[in-house]
Design a protein around this ligand. Structure first.
Ligand code: FAD
Length: 368
C-alpha cells in the first residue's frame, strides 16, 4: 500500500494521522498553518468527541476545558432549559487541534506544518516545491481545495458565521456556569459558553440578507445581538480578539456521495457538514478520521469508506438541517421554544438524535 498522505490538520486529519501511526502506516500530514491558531467554532466538545479522543490516547483533561451539563434556549423573552444527556466540554480549538497534531507526531506520524496543498493531481498532493504521491485523505474542513469543491445544491449556504471571545464578567460567569446558552434571533442563532482560561466563546450564524439589513458590519450586528435578552449581559464584557473571525458559504447539510472512480478518502467537513448548533461537527470529524484510518489499513477502498461514513452520519445531518431551517424562521423559532419549554425532555432527545449514533461510536472505538 502507498503511504497515506493527509491534507489538513484539523480534528479529522489529526485523528486519522494518530490512528494510522498506531496502525504502523507511517502517515504524512500536511497542514497549511505554521502555528496554533483560532478557528471559527462554538467549541462545544461533545461526549462522543471526547470518547474518540480518549480512544486515540489523547487526554483532554490536561487542556483544562469548562464542563457543560445544561442547555438553555432563548427566543426573545422566552426561554427553555434542560440537562444534557451527557457532560460536554468547552475547549478552544487553538489548544485542541494543535495538541492533537503533537500527539499524532508522538505516536509516529510525520506532520509538516506551514505546508499548503494547492491541488490534487494524478493521485498526488501538489505543494510549492513538488508533488507528494500516496493514498490521499482530504481533510481541509471548511476550505475547498482547487478542483475538489463540494456541491452546495440542496444545502443551506446563505449564512455568515462570526466568533469572538470575551472575558467573563462575574455576572456572565454565574449565568453560564455549566451551561451552553443558545439564542435564536431574527435570521440566525448564537451560542454562548465558557471555554478554558476564564473566557467566553460567542459563536453565531446570521442570514446574509439579515446581516446586510442590520448595516452589514460587526458593530451593528453586535448592537442588535445585545438587545436580545439571552445575550444582554455581553454588552458589558470585554472582547478579546481584535476583530471577530468570520466565515461564509458553509454548505450545511452537505453529504459527500461515494463515487466509484474516486480514490480520495474525504473526512470531516469535506465528508459531511452538520449545522453548528448541534455541536457535533467535531465528533463527526474525529469519527470519520478514525474510521478512515481503520478501513484504509484494512484495505477498504475510498468509495467503500465513504459509503460507510455516510451511513453513520446522514440521518443526523438531515434532521439537524431541517431543524436549522425551522429555527431561523420567526414562527419556527417561537414554536420550537414553546414546544421545548412545555416538554424539556424533547430538548434532550433532540440533542441525542443529532449526534453520531452510540453504536457507530462504539464500533469505531471497539476497532481501536
Ligand atoms: C460557526 C461554526 C460553529 C461550530 N461550532 C461547533 C461546535 O460548537 N461543536 C462542534 O462539535 N462543531 C462545531 N462546528 C463544526 C466544526 O467546527 C467542524 O465540523 C470541524 O472543525 C471539522 O473539522 P475538520 O478537521 O474537518 O476541519 P477543520 O477544523 O476546518 O480543519 C481543516 C484543517 O485543514 C487545513 N487546511 C485547509 N486547507 C489546506 C490546504 N490547502 N493545505 C493544507 N492544509 C489545509 C486548515 O488549516 C485546518 O487546520 C462549528 C462550525 C462552524 C462553522
Amino acid at each position: 500500500m502507498t503511504r497515506p498522505v493527509i491534507i489538513g490538520g484539523g480534528l479529522a486529519g489529526g485523528a486519522a494521522a494518530a490512528r494510522l501511526a498506531v496502525l504502523g502506516q507511517r502517515p504524512l500530514l500536511l497542514e497549511r498553518e505554521a502555528a496554533a491558531h483560532d478557528k471559527i467554532c462554538g467549541e462545544f466538545l461533545s461526549v462522543e468527541a471526547a470518547a474518540h479522543l480518549a480512544a486515540l490516547g489523547f487526554d483532554i483533561g490536561r487542556l483544562g476545558g469548562a464542563p457543560i451539563a445544561n442547555v438553555r434556549l432563548h427566543a426573545g423573552r422566552r426561554s427553555a432549559s434542560a440537562g444534557l444527556p451527557f457532560v460536554a466540554t468547552g475547549l478552544s480549538r487553538r489548544s485542541l487541534d494543535w495538541a492533537l497534531l503533537d500527539h499524532a507526531e508522538t505516536l509516529g506520524a510525520e506532520v509538516r506544518r506551514d505546508t499548503v496543498v494547492r491541488q490534487i493531481s494524478d493521485g498526488a498532493a501538489i505543494i510549492a516545491d513538488g508533488a507528494i504521491s500516496g493514498t490521499l485523505l482530504l481533510a481541509t474542513g471548511k476550505h475547498e481545495l482547487r478542483g475538489q469543491g463540494r456541491d452546495p445544491a440542496g444545502t443551506i449556504s446563505n449564512l455568515i458565521g462570526f466568533k469572538q471571545f470575551f472575558r467573563a464578567t462575574p455576572a456572565l460567569r454565574a449565568t453560564l456556569a455549566g451551561t451552553v446558552a443558545i439564542t435564536a434571533f431574527d435570521g440566525g442563532y448564537a451560542g454562548l459558553q465558557c471555554v478554558e482560561g476564564g473566557r467566553l466563546n460567542l459563536c453565531l450564524l446570521v442570514e446574509r440578507d439579515r446581516f446586510r439589513a442590520l448595516g452589514g458590519t460587526w458593530p451593528a450586528l453586535f448592537a442588535a445581538l445585545v438587545r436580545e435578552p439571552g445575550l444582554a449581559l455581553l454588552g458589558d464584557a470585554e472582547a478579546l480578539l481584535a476583530k471577530p473571525l468570520t466565515i461564509s458559504a458553509v454548505p450545511y447539510g452537505y453529504l459527500a456521495q461515494p463515487r466509484g472512480d474516486d480514490p480520495v478518502y474525504r473526512l470531516g467537513d469535506q465528508a459531511a457538514v452538520i449545522p453548528s448548533f448541534c455541536g457535533d461537527g467535531m465528533a463527526m470529524a474525529l469519527h470519520g478520521g478514525r474510521l478512515a484510518a481503520d478501513m484504509l489499513a484494512a484495505g477498504a477502498s475510498a468509495p467503500v469508506f465513504q459509503a460507510r461514513l455516510r451511513g453513520d452520519v446522514s440521518a443526523q445531518v438531515r434532521l439537524a438541517t431541517r431543524l436549522q431551517r425551522v429555527s431561523t424562521s420567526t414562527l419556527g423559532r417561537f414554536a420550537l421554544i414553546a414546544g421545548l419549554g412545555a416538554a424539556p425532555a424533547a430538548l434532550a432527545a433532540l440533542a441525542k438524535w443529532t449526534r453520531v449514533a452510540p453504536e457507530a461510536v462504539a464500533r469505531a472505538v471497539a476497532v481501536a
